[in-house]
Design a protein around this ligand. Structure first.
Ligand code: HEC
Length: 162
């Protein structure tokens, strides 16, 4: 008598599992059919080879002109850009003595130095954007306008506090 009740219980549990799980849906899940899908045919000329950052790179540093005007809004945007993308290497003072920068050899350049300040905005944009020696290219992380704004900020000695 006891054994029968035990079997009934098992029968009930198995039945519950079978009904409870929507097996049909699980086996027709996308994950099972991944390799059955055909790769979509890509339209020709899908990858841009002009415009965007390619145009900037091709133009070269001498042709790049800062589109922003000096002054409040550019400085504010520059300050935000510097805080997000530069300060951990170049430091609040711009002297290149910040935490992350210390692992670089050479150390990040002093942004107040003659070497940096004597370069045109276009040259600086090009180096910051596309990378320079050990410098990471930032054009894919930052908006173009923000790089230009940071350059305006860098021109102002009062941007960097001691
Ligand atoms: C990951 C660290 C790092 C970040 C982030 C970084 N820099 Fe640099 N920067 C460096 C290093 C290292 C150098 C020195 C590169 C060399 O001379 O090889 C350098 C050099 C420079 C130079 C000098 C270029 C020259 O002509 O010698 C400028 C200007 C500059 N950085 C600006 C910036 C600005 C502006 C930002 C933020 C938008 C920035 N960097 C973000 C590490 C960094």
């Amino acid at each position: 008598m006891k054994d029968e009740r035990w079997m009934l219980f098992v029968f009930f549990m198995v039945g519950w599992l079978v009904i409870g799980c929507d097996y049909a849906r699980m086996t027709s899940d996308e994950a099972h059919d991944t390799y059955e899908a055909y790769f979509p045919i890509m339209p020709q000329d899908n990858v841009s080879v002009s415009g965007g950052t390619t145009a900037l790179r091709q133009a070269g540093p001498d042709a790049l002109i800062n589109p922003l005007k000096e002054g409040g809004p550019a400085i504010a945007a520059g300050r935000a850009g510097y805080a997000n993308f530069c300060v951990h290497c170049h430091g609040a003072r711009g002297d290149g003595r910040a935490t992350v920068g210390q692992s670089f050899a050479p150390l990040p350049t002093d942004l107040r130095s003659e070497r940096v300040q004597s370069q045109s905005d276009g040259e600086l944009f090009y180096k910051i954007g596309f990378g320079y020696e050990r410098h990471p290219p930032l054009i894919h992380s930052m908006m173009e306008e923000d790089i230009w704004a940071v350059i305006i900020l860098m021109r102002d000695a009062s941007s960097f506090h001691e």
